[in-house]
Design a protein around this ligand. Structure first.
Ligand code: AMP
Length: 425
């Protein structure tokens, strides 16, 4: 074992997995850019206060922050999520609204590492600031849905709820607190502690012992005023219009005071419950204000890359891309000709790799096979002298051909059109 390995909860992403990650982000960018979202790139680190404003009562903020004092005496933190940063950016730059942005990248949380849970993990997400319209809520949900479809996932479930307007929510919270206090003996000790901080978050409990008391708890739907009910109805109608199936889950709450109206979550159809939350989001008010900006409506979601890829594995879709070069150059004359040929091929848009260290023909051919390239170009001293190269297909039935050196590019293009690409395994 070498002395150093990555820290717990961190990972080294090697090829071909790294190609899968990049492709994941690329598909996401395509989906949301096609709907008018531009990429925002928040810094990896912010003043601690940016994250504290967002969720003083959450585990993410109280227990999981990678915060430290920098050499200038500033109390900063690696970002545990991106919504807070996006709101801080909005407050600082005041872009024209509605501001539709997406992001992709790592976040950091000091959590207990386990399957699908890491200390550095990637998310993709969108936020829209400065617009309040149920059809925007539908657009946001539909984009996440479209993304899952593009990955090939067919078993993702959309759970939907509305937290109502602030007033509705406040009355609901009071009623919930009263109900749980009347039933304290039926609540797990952990949930009793949660109750003292935020009764809504008790509904998040996945503990089996809490199931019965949660099942009888008051439901938010009975607290909706006319506005909230009409708004929720419009969101459901919009989703139905687009053919997006959903299940209403009245226990789907977001504990922070900022959240109101639409909330949603995506669950993998095949994963067990500890990893089945692929992502989620909702509508919020007041975040931008709390960061010094104007009163601004917001809605967004964040989707976790790891759990989504686990769901892809379970459904057998979106595998690691089979990245291979088009051509592998074998040169037994010292390597300078390979240098020229690879440069010429790459300049013509043909991807090319080569062997180094002037190894034997046999060893270089092994490298060619391992590269997965469909074609090898072989140069020996005879070819070099006579102005020829050999093009050898590495898979399938075709036989090798000698071609004049100065027709190399056109001959390679021709050969690539007929060469079988996929390695037969
Ligand atoms: P959150 O930002 O907590 O609402 O999480 C949104 C999504 O990010 C979750 O549904 C997960 O898919 C993913 N996620 C959150 N925390 C982690 C973590 N520690 N490791 C891997 N994925 C995570």
């Amino acid at each position: 074992m070498p002395e150093f390995q990555h820290s717990p909860g961190m990972r080294d992403i090697l090829p071909p997995d790294s190609g899968r990650w990049r492709q994941f982000q690329a598909v996401f960018a395509q989906v949301v850019e096609a709907a008018g979202y531009g990429e925002v790139m928040p810094p990896l680190m912010e003043d601690l206060g940016v994250f504290q404003r967002v969720g003083e009562a959450t585990d993410v903020v109280t227990k999981e922050m990678y915060d430290f004092t920098d050499r200038g005496g500033r109390h900063v933190s690696l970002r545990p999520e991106c919504t807070a940063s996006v709101c801080r950016i909005f407050a600082q730059h005041r872009p024209i609204t509605p501001w539709k942005v997406f992001y992709a990248g790592p976040n950091f949380r000091y959590e207990k590492p386990q399957r699908g849970r890491f200390r550095q993990f990637d998310q993709v997400g969108i936020e829209v600031l400065g617009a309040d319209d149920p059809y925007l809520d539908v657009e946001v949900i539909a984009l996440a849905w479209e993304f899952y479809q593009r990955l090939g996932l067919r078993q993702v479930k959309l759970l939907l709820n509305s937290l109502g307007e602030l007033d509705d929510r406040t009355r609901y919270e009071a009623s919930l607190a009263e109900y749980f206090n009347d039933n304290l003996e039926r609540l797990s000790p952990e949930s009793r502690i949660t109750l003292t901080k935020n009764p809504l978050r008790v509904l998040d409990s996945k503990r089996a012992g809490d199931a019965a008391v949660l099942a009888d708890a008051p439901r938010i739907a009975s607290f909706y005023g006319a506005d909230a009910a009409a708004n929720f109805e419009a969101v459901q109608q919009g989703l139905t219009d687009l053919g997006i199936p959903f299940t209403i889950d009245t226990a789907l709450v977001r504990g922070l005071d900022y959240y109101r109206r639409t909330t949603f979550e995506f669950q993998g159809g095949t994963l067990d419950s500890a990893q089945n939350a692929l992502g989620g989001g909702g509508r919020y008010d007041g975040l931008v204000e709390s960061l010094g900006g104007p009163a601004t409506h917001g809605i967004g979601f964040a989707l976790g890359l790891d759990r989504t890829l686990l769901a892809c594995d379970d459904e057998g879709v979106f595998g690691a891309p089979n990245k291979t070069v088009d051509v592998f150059v074998v040169d037994t004359t010292g390597g300078q000709e390979a240098l020229r040929i690879t440069a010429q091929l790459r300049a013509a848009g043909i991807s090319a790799d080569r062997a180094f260290e002037n190894r034997s023909m046999k060893s270089q051919m092994k490298g060619a096979d391992r590269s997965g390239a469909p074609l090898a170009i072989i140069v020996g001293s005879n070819e070099l002298e006579a102005g020829y190269v050999v093009i050898r297909p590495l898979r399938g039935e075709d036989v090798q051909r000698s071609v004049a050196r100065d027709t190399l590019i056109s001959e390679v293009i021709k050969a690539l059109q007929t060469a079988p690409k996929e390695a037969t395994q």
